[in-house]
Design a protein. Structure first.
Length: 368
């Protein structure tokens, strides 16, 4: 087959860049043929084993492009991102990363970005990144797309946070009385640094007539999706093996889990200021709860306590439900249980005076 003139031009130039810098970025819009172009680059460089990472629904069309190209130099293994763990143990000469913008989560890398980084590290191969929209929301999205590539232009910055010190206009934004770091204002210098490795081509460059018509399609979701939506609506959080989906701010989540119902004031204190924290959800609430879940020695540890112990519980506590709290108290020898009515998880703030009296009586009783 013959490539279009612009495709052949990009293949020739990008092959030189890839051979020199070990990676290249094809920022080519949909319908301009970036898949064929990437395969053409692999063929021109006489690669032997090429790995193509993409979304599941694109596998068939990529296979057709490969068959149409009918290259003599390389064999192609195509796999979707969700099946990366099934990649055969082969020494890859080149990896083509489709939909590369999906690796661009920040400030921390997502699972996909880390998986691609690990593949590159093991194979020390050529890397061709592809996306019609490399940074759809923020220039900051570029860092984790390339951070696994040893020759990337930001390699001196080992973490996104160090990268952000130079390339991001860091600010704080206020969400429900809580300030969080905002890294979305990446400087245009990020794109300037990527220019030597990037080849851009649009539909208008190709001479295509762009006539966009929007249609609303109503798609029926399966029951699993509906179930997750209901769970997210009810609990405001879904925690999976790798990621946590949150539907609210840390303050509101703490209030929802800590107390049955949402209050603006507890014990005369404004709720949002009680647990206001600059930490982001991922760095705080989700991590803390995961640590609690991972601790498996609680029951045994409770059974080793021999000194007089006061166990104080709130009857509306959703973090430590009353029945669970009672079971834990029962494991502690010489323990005394006190349940405070109409109280959630934050006893210190919700029922400070009642708590003080209970603690005072306990101390007077056991430490005369």
């Amino acid at each position: 087959m013959e490539f279009r003139d612009y495709q052949q031009t990009i293949i020739d130039k990008a092959s030189i860049t890839l051979a020199k810098h070990k990676f290249v970025y094809l920022a080519m819009e949909v319908r301009t043929g970036k898949t064929l172009t990437s395969l053409g680059i692999a063929n021109k460089l006489k690669c032997k084993e090429v790995l193509f990472l993409t979304k599941k629904k694109a596998i068939t069309s990529i296979s057709k492009d490969y068959d149409m190209l009918c290259p003599n130099s390389f064999s192609l293994f195509i796999i979707n991102y969700e099946s990366i763990h099934k990649i055969p143990n082969v020494k890859w000469d080149m990896i083509i990363v489709d939909e590369a913008h999906s690796l661009g989560a920040f400030p921390k890398p997502n699972k996909r970005a880390k998986q691609v980084r690990d593949i590159i590290k093991v194979n020390r191969c050529l890397v061709c990144l592809m996306s019609g929209t490399p940074t759809p929301e923020s220039y900051s999205q570029m860092y984790h797309q390339v951070f696994g590539i040893p020759t990337n232009p930001f390699k001196e910055h080992k973490t996104f946070y160090k990268f952000a010190n130079q390339y991001v206009d860091k600010r704080q934004k206020k969400i429900n009385s809580m300030y969080i770091n905002d890294y979305t204002r990446g400087y245009e210098t990020i794109i300037e640094k990527m220019n030597p490795y990037t080849y851009r081509f649009s539909q208008s460059d190709a001479g295509f007539k762009v006539d966009t018509k929007e249609h609303i399609l109503n798609v029926e979701m399966n029951e699993v999706t509906y179930s997750l939506c209901r769970k997210l609506k009810r609990n405001r959080v879904i925690e999976g093996d790798e990621e946590v989906i949150l539907a609210d701010t840390p303050v509101k989540l703490m209030m929802k889990w800590g107390y049955e119902g949402v209050k603006k004031f507890i014990g005369g204190n404004p709720v949002q200021k009680i647990i206001n924290s600059p930490r982001q959800v991922q760095e705080g609430l989700a991590v803390d709860l995961r640590a609690c879940n991972n601790y498996k020695n609680g029951s045994k540890a409770a059974e080793t306590i021999n000194c007089p112990t006061l166990c104080m519980l709130g009857d509306k506590d959703k973090m430590v439900p009353l029945e669970k709290g009672k079971k834990m108290a029962a494991k502690i020898k010489n323990s005394e249980l006190s349940v405070i009515k109409e109280c959630g998880h934050m006893i210190l703030f919700e029922k400070a005076f009642e708590m003080r009296e209970i603690v005072k009586k306990f101390i007077e009783k056991n430490h005369k």
